[in-house]
Design a binder for this molecule. Structure first.
Ligand code: SF4
Length: 346
């Protein structure tokens, strides 16, 4: 299922002089969030505990490097549970699944391990509760994204997806006095607030979710890149094309002062031409990106003369989630404390 990486052949970046001092502004927080960390460890622990192959429905997190690494250890990524042999272990990805997928896995006798991020589960619960109270739910998010499919699947008769601020101007509801908005966890905060503003113009009684649906990690990475972007000629975001929060970081950087911004999966995708006349390069990464990939970008940039790296820190993060309950006991049935809290992040 994952797209194999096409090897790129090109020479190292050249150190071409520019006017002024070459430097890197390195955004922090960046990279792995608590939900991604937990999901990746869940697959690793499932492999340790049950042996290969362990099946994973969809990419466990949206990063090609992480997926390729786990494949090399024995994970098999599938699109749907009907591709998994009966009775096998299957891990549900961090983006969550709809109840229909849970039922399909159970009907097939699969042993499911649910690595849905708890912050996505929170949005699922909100959808269930508002549907039970007969609200119409306007779910702000990208149609076709796995997380949106999972959340919408909790209350299919009550959810309408709103893809953009423009769609907020067109969406129709049955009873404007009983409408609530929820959102995908990895959207642009500013664009989502604009969508909500426009929805409220049309539906003044619009209810808000009980707490932010856009998660702490998405928000923190956007705040950090905004600060970096104001002083950067170029911003490089490390992250995969299907990673919603990585793609949003490119957009946010451009909206907040970066003269140019690009997304790369790997360091060797940085183009020499991007550095023409560039004094300051901003660097960040999406929530599904291991920091080793950022370090490789920094090495490439150092080779091009950008050796002065200044960290721009806008928040501290220490949130940790316990592992999925199916993995919290060791083989002898004892509680596995190493499984609690994930591992240290950069
Ligand atoms: S980006 Fe947010 S919602 Fe998604 S896995 Fe990370 S913490 Fe959870």
């Amino acid at each position: 299922m994952p797209v194999p990486r096409v090897p790129r052949r090109r020479e190292r970046l050249k150190d071409i002089p520019v006017q002024g001092h070459k430097r890197v502004l390195l955004a922090s927080p960046r990279g792995y969030c608590a939900g991604v960390d937990r999901a990746v460890i869940a697959v690793e622990k499932a492999l340790e505990r049950f042996g290969a192959p362990v099946y994973v429905r969809k990419q466990i997190v949206h990063n090609i490097h992480v997926v390729t690494e786990l494949e090399s250890k024995g994970a098999v990524f599938v699109d749907e549970v009907d591709e998994v042999p009966e009775g096998a272990h299957v891990v549900f990805s961090a983006h969550g699944v709809s109840p229909a997928v849970v039922t399909a896995a159970s009907d097939r006798g699969l042993l499911a391990i649910d690595a849905t991020c708890p912050l996505v589960t929170k949005v699922h619960r909100e959808a269930v509760r508002f549907a039970r109270d007969d609200f119409e739910i306007l779910l702000i998010g990208h149609e076709g994204h796995e997380e949106v499919e999972g959340t919408a699947g909790e209350a299919p008769d009550h959810v309408t997806i709103v893809n953009s601020p423009d769609e907020a101007d067109r969406v129709e509801v049955k009873d404007p006095s009983k409408v609530v908005w929820l959102s995908q966890t990895t959207l642009s905060v500013d664009e989502t607030m604009e969508t909500v503003r426009r929805l409220r113009v049309r539906f003044p009684e619009l209810h808000d979710p009980p707490s932010d649906d856009i998660c702490y990690a998405t928000q923190n990475r956007q705040v950090a890149i905004k600060k970096v972007a104001t002083g950067a000629d170029l911003v490089i975001v490390v992250g995969s094309a299907n990673s919603s929060n990585s793609v949003r970081l490119v957009e946010v950087a451009l909206e907040h002062g970066a003269k140019a911004a690009y997304r790369v999966d790997y360091a060797d995708e940085v183009e020499q031409s991007w550095l023409d006349g560039v004094e300051t390069v901003g660097v960040t990464s999406g929530a599904s990106v291991p920091d080793v990939l950022v370090q490789q970008v920094l090495q490439e940039l150092a080779g091009a003369g950008y050796r002065d790296v200044e960290e721009v820190r806008t928040a501290e993060e220490d949130l940790m989630f316990s592992l999925p309950k199916e993995l919290r006991q060791d083989a002898a049935g004892k509680r596995d404390d190493r499984a609690l809290g994930g591992r240290a992040r950069a």
